[in-house]
Design a protein around this ligand. Structure first.
Ligand code: BG6
Length: 507
């Protein structure tokens, strides 16, 4: 808490969804846990002409609806006193001068001392212009206090635009002022990966090509694109999930032990993993990358619309709502070990997990209940029901040596009788204390785009690379199973398909 200084958080895009659903409830939770500085103010800005009362009332409703914290009404009322609102246009230099005056007035009133965080909860196209206006208004530099800027993904659209965004920002502010949010890094269980790997002597000796057969990472969602069709159709699963969340999980799973917990020590190791990703040549894209798009189906008697019938999505869209990739990491630890990652919308369930498949024993002495040769699996469940599952073989009681695969199951919620904080709480707190460990650095972002570049190019240059349809409620295109080579090997399926195979809907 030593680094926690009095501060003002300015949110651009404060009338939007992110502010109501995530940011304000997270800041409120920090307050109820006494994790905010003694003096703090949040200034919302946006085009909407809210009065101060309108804004406070809207934020009160969002706390009641979205806060995960148990609270008393008095706590909300006291918290709302710290919220302010300034209607403004992000493209107007004059409005930024008004903002500057407004901030100065509030700073003096509360005695803040010049520490400001600027949160861009706006469409990414505005990051550059807002940074420029902040800089022109001399809001990003100071001789007293700190100035930090938070941006949300996507950090560009491809390698070129990612680089351009970094360049634009670097012309105005320094890298250590920039906090790029990848909310997966704020998840407790993602951070716990580091502890599982580097606090236990048991795993590290086995964590390499000698003992690990393959690694599988799944991030499945059961929802469709909902109201975000317009945004999503220009993004797709590769940009929306793989470039950031999935590759960060790969980084933390595959990285070498960092020399310390210093933010750059950890991010340097993740970067090295990204730099070692074996590029997928364009001609191998159809074999190593499977993309899919959900089609309408009947799930438990209910018709679910296909992607092309979602609001804001063109009827002939070829945007992928599912992607599965097989790739290798070219280094001493992982040479030859395939990594399989997949993500998709409208799959049967919401689950994110990392599965470490160990190699089977070199000689099979015992009969198995399933008749199949099994091997140990360590399943790290990122969400929901956060925890770790170890699958291993035991003798079935009775005569002979019949072997059964059993589970050793740890649930994170059993660790302590406390609520697991939301990713935004953790990340906002880290920005306040200036710890950038859990934020993507410029070079990580660019190297991740570089790995995806041949895939993006192949998809745009060769329209005959298929986008496989998969009925909503199923585990994606069956072709994704072809990625996993090996006798009878498939992805791990945490639950069955839900769609009724016989009865596809017209939707
Ligand atoms: C976001 C994506 O970054 O992550 C969304 O833009 C996706 O499309 C979401 O639904 C998934 O996050 P979580 O925390 O629900 O797994």
């Amino acid at each position: 808490m030593d680094n926690l200084k009095n501060l003002i958080i300015v949110i651009f895009g404060a009338s939007g969804d992110l502010t109501s659903r995530k940011l304000i409830p997270a800041i409120f939770s920090l307050k109820t846990q006494n994790l905010l500085p003694a003096k703090f103010v949040v200034i919302g800005t946006g085009r909407t002409g809210f009065t101060l009362n309108d804004f406070r009332q809207k934020m009160q409703e969002s706390i009641v609806k979205f806060s995960e914290e148990e609270f008393k009404n008095e706590q909300v009322t006291a918290f709302l006193e710290h919220l302010y609102y300034l209607p403004m246009d992000n493209s107007s230099g004059e409005d930024f001068l008004r903002l500057k005056d407004y901030i100065r007035e509030i700073d003096e009133k509360y005695g803040i001392g010049g520490n400001y965080i600027f949160y861009m909860a706006t469409p990414p196209l505005l990051y550059g212009p807002i940074a420029l206006n902040l800089s022109n208004a001399v809001l990003t530099s100071t001789s007293a206090g700190f100035r930090r800027v938070i941006i949300e993904k996507p950090f560009g659209y491809d390698l070129d635009s990612g680089r351009k965004l970094n360049r634009t920002l670097h012309e105005l502010i320094t890298e250590d002022q920039i906090f790029r949010i990848d909310h997966y890094l704020g998840k407790e269980t993602v951070q716990n990966l580091l502890v599982t790997r580097f606090a236990n002597g048991l795993f590290e000796p086995l964590w390499n090509r000698n003992y690990i057969d393959r690694i599988e990472i799944t991030s499945a969602e059961n929802l469709g694109v909902g109201d975000r069709g317009g945004y999503y159709d220009n993004s797709g699963a590769l940009r929306d999930m793989v470039q950031n969340h999935l590759l960060q999980m790969v980084g933390l799973t595959a990285m070498e032990p960092p020399s310390s917990l210093d933010s750059n020590a950890i991010r340097n190791e993740v970067l090295k993993v990204f730099q070692s990703l074996q590029p997928i040549p364009e001609e191998d894209v159809p074999r190593q990358v499977i993309r899919g798009q959900y089609t309408g189906s009947l799930i438990r008697g209910e018709c679910v619309a296909g992607y092309r019938n979602e609001k804001g999505v063109p009827k002939d869209s070829r945007t992928e709502t599912y992607v599965a990739i097989k790739f290798f990491i070219n280094n001493w630890r992982w040479g030859g070990v395939p990594f399989y990652i997949r993500t998709g919308k409208r799959l049967p369930t919401r689950v994110t997990e990392i599965v470490i498949h160990f190699k089977p024993t070199p000689h099979h002495l015992f009969r198995r209940d399933s008749g199949k040769i099994s091997a140990n699996q360590l399943i790290i469940r990122i969400q929901p029901d956060e925890g770790i599952l170890l699958k291993f073989d035991m003798k079935e009681p009775g005569a002979g040596f019949n072997v059964k695969n059993v589970n050793m199951d740890f649930h994170y919620k059993d660790l302590a009788n406390v609520r697991v904080p939301s990713a935004y709480e953790r990340l906002l707190y880290d920005v306040m204390i200036g710890d950038s460990t859990l934020f993507s650095r410029d070079d990580e972002v660019e190297t991740a785009w570089k790995f995806l570049e041949p895939i993006q190019k192949a998809w745009s240059m060769y329209p005959d690379i298929k986008v496989f349809g998969y009925p909503a409620g199923t585990w994606g295109p069956e072709h994704a199973n072809d990625l996993i080579e090996g006798d009878g090997l498939t992805w791990r399926y945490p639950c069955k398909n839900l769609a009724d195979d016989e009865l596809y809907c017209e939707l």
